[in-house]
Design a binder for this molecule. Structure first.
Ligand code: ZN
Length: 295
């Protein structure tokens, strides 16, 4: 998985043992950061983990998980999507006999070699033991009663076409992987299905799942960056909705990615969010991919 250290993962990649930090989110529920992407661990009689960091950090992450109060062997691992920041513990936990849950499209991507056309980054297919061994299409649940964990497909293709959410009812925490971004502009992985319209749709879906119990205090954990509130997600819906409208109009006028970057369609958000050029370019490409899937 060496290739994955470049590009997307660069700010999080460590040559030596990474420092994994944990933040308690609720009873028996922890956010671990520093493994390459956000990892959530529910301790107790059956340890459940959402995402597994980068493969080179899997050992350090396992140690950090074992050191949590009430911990034990990880029985269930969720992959919120196929990217290396989420699937780096699959091999280790698959060999240890854990159940690896993913949306079916995530399993399909992990069964093939992938090369991103925009930067040439390569991803090797996973050995069978490291692939998700329990997949679903729409939704599912783990356990019953107050500690029930509900999960479901974010079918909008916000980030990939295999995004899922995991909702910890007791702690009122919703893990959404990279379907929401807590830090900077998101990667628009249109090669495996993501697109700018899906970012908006996915955020709206997250909003409705998070508030489905009339609850406005749900903690939403993105794939990277700090925990978000329902209000943060609403602000993101507005921002990405505005950008999507502008890019859509440019596409309808026959403008391409470079013209879109020059037009600065994210101008008023740059001070807060940083340079948007890569994001705008990928978003325009994603519109082309979405509007002409056979091209
Ligand atoms: Zn991702």
């Amino acid at each position: 998985m060496k290739a994955s250290v470049a590009g997307l993962a660069a700010p999080y990649a460590f040559a030596q043992a990474p420092k994994i930090e944990n933040t308690q989110l609720g009873d028996n529920l922890y956010l671990l950061s520093g493994a390459g992407g956000n990892v959530i661990v529910r301790t107790g009689s059956e340890v459940v983990m959402v995402d597994g960091g980068l493969a080179q950090n899997a050992g350090a992450l396992a140690q950090a998980v074992a050191a949590l109060p009430n911990s034990g062997p990880v029985r269930t691992l969720f992959n919120t999507h196929w990217h290396p920041e989420q699937t780096g513990s699959n091999e280790k936990l698959g060999m240890a006999g854990a159940t690896i849950i993913a949306q079916e499209n995530t399993r399909l991507w992990l069964q093939q070699n992938i090369t991103w056309p925009w930067n040439g980054q390569k991803f090797k297919k996973f050995a069978k033991i490291a692939q998700p061994n329990k997949t679903f299409y729409d939704k599912g649940a783990l356990g019953t009663g107050p500690s029930e964990i509900r999960y479901g497909y974010i079918s909008d293709a916000a980030h990939t076409d295999g995004d899922l959410y995991v909702y910890f009812a007791q702690q009122n925490v919703l893990a959404v992987g990279d379907a929401a971004c807590g830090q900077g502009w998101p990667v628009v992985d249109w090669w495996t299905g993501g697109w700018i319209g899906g970012i908006v749709g996915g955020l709206q879906r997250i909003q409705s799942v998070a508030t489905s119990n009339g609850n406005k205090d749900t903690k939403i954990v993105p794939g990277r960056g700090p925990v978000l509130s329902v209000t943060d997600i609403a602000a993101q819906v507005d921002m990405y909705g505005t950008i999507y409208d502008r890019l859509n109009q440019m596409t309808n006028k026959g403008r391409g990615p470079s013209e879109a970057v020059e037009a600065k369609p994210a101008k008023e958000f740059e001070a807060k969010m940083g340079n948007p050029d890569e994001f705008i370019r990928r978003s325009m490409e994603s519109l082309w991919a979405y509007l002409s899937p056979d091209a």
